[in-house]
Structure formats: structure tokens, C-alpha cells
Design a binder for this molecule. Structure first.
Ligand code: HEC
Ligand code: HEC
Length: 234
């Protein structure tokens, strides 16, 4: 009798949970993709592991951004995810390495395995299994937006006027109306011309900081904000 009651209450509990929409919570991946994006930006800023002291073995010889920076995914694969076929085709960030855009939509487990392979060699002490999973979710499912909202000159096509209202209400509390309030970072206006970097940071957040990630809401809002950032003082 007691076990029948228990089964009944389990069923009732499950029904209640699904009525309340709780079953959807387990399937949420946006936060994992956003965290993967922050790890892609600067993994040791996000997971607080030791900064590497020597150049990454796959990094270009005598490159300008060696040591710890050469281990950041973005340093080889770019803010636009296109590597040598994007903004890093020339200039100080050139490495000659291809982008991650070809891996969009691929099986996350296969992408996680790439991070342990010879071309990468990230150890468990640098990236845990959970870190690798978040990165793989980002690479597989998180790259879609940029081409839709950036023009050929890497500028956001978003609405500046709407972006101003979003910025002044959601970002200015920390960054100031002029983008200069965070003292240990650059003026936002001075880095805003890189549309791909701005979209990446607004969608995924800043590594290791309490800055929100906007990924779970309409990406047009992030594009509008990115468009407005270019109007802030340098
Ligand atoms: C020092 C340079 C470097 C860094 C840093 C780097 N990669 Fe790579 N990555 C490479 C090279 C080299 C390849 C292999 C390219 C090839 O096969 O032609 C590659 C390939 C890949 C691929 C496969 C792309 C495809 O089309 O199959 C993925 C996915 C990838 N990297 C993700 C990452 C992630 C995520 C990070 C950060 C945790 C990262 N990489 C950091 C150099 C780098
Ligand atoms: C809770 C406080 C907080 C909020 C809210 C916040 N940020 Fe940040 N943000 C930070 C901190 C702290 C940093 C790290 C310092 C730095 O590098 O400028 C940062 C860094 C950045 C950077 C990188 C600057 C760089 O190149 O290093 C950009 C871009 C940025 N924020 C844009 C925004 C935008 C746009 C919004 C609103 C959607 C926003 N932030 C909301 C705290 C915040």
C-alpha cells in the first residue's frame, strides 16, 4: 500500500514539475554556450587556472601575442571565428591558422576531443571536462549570429538609437554613460570598432566578471548595443 502511494506521489510530482515548466530547465544550453564563449575569449580569466608561461606550440614563431595570449582560442581562430580567412588574415594577429567556423554544427564530443589533440594539447589542469564541454557547445552551437549582424567592414548593422537606450539602462551602471567608469579596462568606445569582438563580449559576457551575457535574448538587441558602442567617446 505504502509503495503504491509513493508511486502515486512520484507521478503527481512529475506532473506538477512539468506543468510548472521545470522539465525545460534541464535542457537549457544557452548558459553553457555563453560560458564556452568566455572560455574562448580567455579561458584562464574565466576558470582562474594558471596563466601559461611559454608560447603555445601551434602558435606562429616569434608572434606578437605570445606567452599566455597565444593560448587563447581567439588568438589563433579570431573574434570572427574565421582565423586566417577573417580579420587575422594580416597584421600583428596573423597566425595562418584556419577558423572554427567549419566546425559549427559538429558533434560537441568530437570538438571536445580536438582540444586534447596534438594541435592543441590543453591538459585537464587547464581545461576540465566541463570546460571542454562548454567550449564544444560554443563552437558547435554558438557561432551563428555574427554574419547576420555585421557588414563586410566588421561593423554592426544594428539600430544605434535603440542601442543607446539599451546601453544606458543595462550597461552604464557598471561602465558609465561614457564607457569609461571601469578603471581596470579600456574606454569601451576605444575598442568598439571591432564589431565581432563587441558582439562576442555582449552575447557571452566578460571572462571572470559579473557582466551579463545577452545570448538568451533576441540577438538583435546585442547588435543594436554593438552599433551604439562605436558612438561612445574613445
Ligand atoms: C596556438 C594556436 C591555437 C589555439 C590557441 C587554439 N587552436 Fe584550435 N586549432 C589550431 C590548429 C593549428 C588547428 C588545426 C587546423 C588544421 O587542421 O588545419 C585547430 C583546429 C581547431 C578546430 C577544428 C576546426 C575544423 O574545422 O575542424 C577547432 C574546433 C578548434 N581548433 C577549437 C579551438 C578552441 C575551442 C580553442 C581554445 C580552447 C583553440 N582551438 C585554440 C590552433 C589553435
Ligand atoms: C556588473 C557590471 C557590468 C555590467 C552590467 C556590464 N559590464 Fe561590461 N565589463 C564589466 C567588467 C568588470 C569588465 C572588465 C573590465 C574591462 O576589461 O573593461 C567588462 C568588460 C567589457 C568589455 C570589454 C572591454 C575590453 O576590451 O576589455 C565590453 C566591450 C563590455 N564590458 C561591454 C558591456 C556592455 C555592452 C554591457 C551591457 C550590455 C556591459 N558591458 C555590462 C562589467 C560590467
Amino acid at each position: 500500500m505504502r509503495s503504491v502511494q509513493r508511486v502515486f506521489s512520484l507521478i503527481a510530482g512529475a506532473t506538477l514539475a512539468s506543468l510548472m515548466g521545470l522539465s525545460a530547465i534541464a535542457a537549457e544550453t544557452e548558459s553553457s554556450i555563453a560560458r564556452g564563449g568566455r572560455l574562448y575569449d580567455k579561458y584562464f580569466g574565466e576558470n582562474k587556472t594558471a596563466k601559461p608561461a611559454a608560447d603555445h606550440p601551434s602558435y606562429i614563431k616569434d608572434g606578437k601575442y605570445g606567452k599566455e595570449n597565444s593560448w587563447r582560442c581567439k588568438e589563433c581562430h579570431g573574434w570572427d571565428y574565421k582565423g586566417k580567412d577573417g580579420a587575422y588574415a594580416k597584421g600583428g594577429h596573423f597566425t595562418g591558422i584556419k577558423g572554427i567556423n567549419g566546425a559549427a554544427g559538429k558533434d560537441p564530443a568530437a570538438i571536445a576531443a580536438v582540444l586534447r589533440d596534438k594541435s592543441h594539447g590543453y591538459t585537464e589542469a587547464q581545461l576540465t571536462a566541463k570546460d571542454a564541454e562548454d567550449l564544444a557547445n560554443f563552437v558547435s552551437k554558438g557561432q551563428g549570429t555574427l554574419a547576420k549582424y555585421l557588414d563586410a567592414a566588421n561593423k554592426s548593422t544594428g539600430n544605434v538609437g535603440k542601442g543607446e537606450a539599451y546601453y544606458n539602462t543595462m550597461c552604464a551602471g557598471c561602465h558609465g554613460l561614457d564607457g569609461k567608469k571601469v578603471k581596470d579596462g579600456p574606454a569601451i568606445g576605444s575598442v568598439a570598432d571591432n564589431g565581432a569582438e563587441m558582439m562576442h563580449k555582449v552575447l557571452n559576457g566578460q571572462p571572470g566578471e559579473a557582466m551579463p551575457a545577452m545570448r538568451a535574448i533576441d540577438h538583435q538587441i546585442s547588435a543594436d548595443i554593438a552599433a551604439y558602442l562605436t558612438k561612445l567617446p574613445k
